[in-house]
Design a protein around this ligand. Structure first.
Ligand SMILES: NC(=O)c1ccc[n+]([C@@H]2O[C@H](COP(=O)([O-])OP(=O)(O)OC[C@H]3O[C@@H](n4cnc5c(N)ncnc54)[C@H](OP(=O)(O)O)[C@@H]3O)[C@@H](O)[C@H]2O)c1
Length: 301
């Protein structure tokens, strides 16, 4: 493929690593309802970590050689040797971790951050339930919710509860055994990461000011529509990850300060991306899966 060329405010990134997100898996299975609107064949990967190779003429924030990371944005394309991304989406990568680890952060970390802090307005001392706590977004959500001073309950399959405890959850519940309906007033914020919950199922478990934040693209029942219109604060909201370099910069600072760790499970080489997807949707994965990218030798270009 031809090398991409950075226009105006775009940064050309020499990709060292990308990651496998739940979005990649759903997209590959045809499960996002977007396939018709995406151009095929498509390159997977929503995260990149690498070095700036070149900058468009209007780029002011980065210079060639800097270690950076970013969410590629709608349609993916990160599992590649080079990508171009607008500078507003890019942030300096954490200094203290290898790029192969940094690549695990952007989409999952931003989604967890924006769901909890932005949309969910999480306050210290509140009780949070993270559903899908051993997944990419879920693991970051447990780590960040702890960091923000919340009391955290993590729900994951029984074999992964030790991992969720290690992330810092105060309480853990096994998927399927978790009674989320019958215990009134337990949680101020429920973050549904797979997404697999309905508002009606968990409404009874919310405190009076409690809210559900979901990775569903939009409310999927009349109860969810009503809850999303609730004032002064919606009781149901869908998170739409904003690919903001500024938010990613906050994650960089937390990682460099040693306050946030990266829940990386395994890395695979780009040539093994099929195995990486299989592992990421298998029963063993805990946290994030990363794909590392080596430059192809010139004769194969
Ligand atoms: N709206 C947005 O802007 C946005 C942004 C990013 C991601 N997303 C969506 O968020 C979802 C999660 O992404 P991710 O990267 O965190 O995925 P992931 O790393 O694959 O994690 C998903 C987790 O959900 C659990 N899970 C799956 N199905 C479940 C079910 N029926 N009941 C209970 N738990 C279940 C899995 O646990 P097990 O091990 O038990 O299977 C896994 O730990 C994806 O669907 C993605 O498309 C949305």
């Amino acid at each position: 493929m031809p090398w991409p060329f950075p226009q105006r405010d775009e940064v050309l990134i020499r990709v060292r690593a990308s990651s496998v997100n739940g979005t990649d898996l759903r997209l590959r299975r045809g499960g996002l309802g977007l396939i018709g609107r995406l151009q095929l064949p498509l390159t997977p990967g929503f995260d990149v970590a690498g070095e700036v190779a070149a900058c468009g003429p209007a780029v002011t924030a980065f210079r060639p050689g800097e270690r950076v990371y970013a969410v590629v944005g709608h349609g993916g394309g990160g599992a590649a040797e080079y990508v171009t991304i607008r500078q507003s989406r890019v942030a300096a990568a954490p200094q203290g971790v290898p790029l192969a680890q940094a690549a695990a952060v952007p989409l999952a970390g931003l989604t967890a951050l924006q769901a909890l802090r932005g949309l969910g307005r999480l306050r210290p001392g509140e009780r949070v339930l993270v559903y899908g706590a051993a997944g990419g977004i879920g693991a970051f959500a447990v780590l960040l919710a702890r960091l923000f001073g919340a009391h955290v309950t993590g729900v994951a399959r029984a074999s992964k509860l030790d991992f969720v405890r290690e992330l810092g959850a105060h309480e853990v519940l096994a998927t399927g055994e978790a009674d989320l309906g019958g215990r009134g007033g337990r949680w101020d914020l429920i973050l549904d990461t797979p997404p697999a919950l309905s508002f009606a199922r968990v409404e009874g478990a919310l405190t009076p000011g409690g809210r559900v934040i979901s990775t569903k693209p939009f409310p999927s029942s009349p109860a969810e529509v009503r809850a999303s219109l609730h004032r002064p604060q919606p009781r149901f909201a869908s998170v739409r990850t904003a690919e903001r370099g500024l938010d990613l910069g906050l994650l960089t600072r937390l990682i460099d300060a040693g306050e946030l760790r990266v829940p990386l499970d395994r890395t695979f080489a780009l040539e093994e991306i099929t195995a990486a997807h299989a592992y990421a949707e298998g029963p063993e994965v805990r946290g994030k899966v990363v794909v590392t990218v080596d430059e192809s030798p010139p004769e194969t270009r």
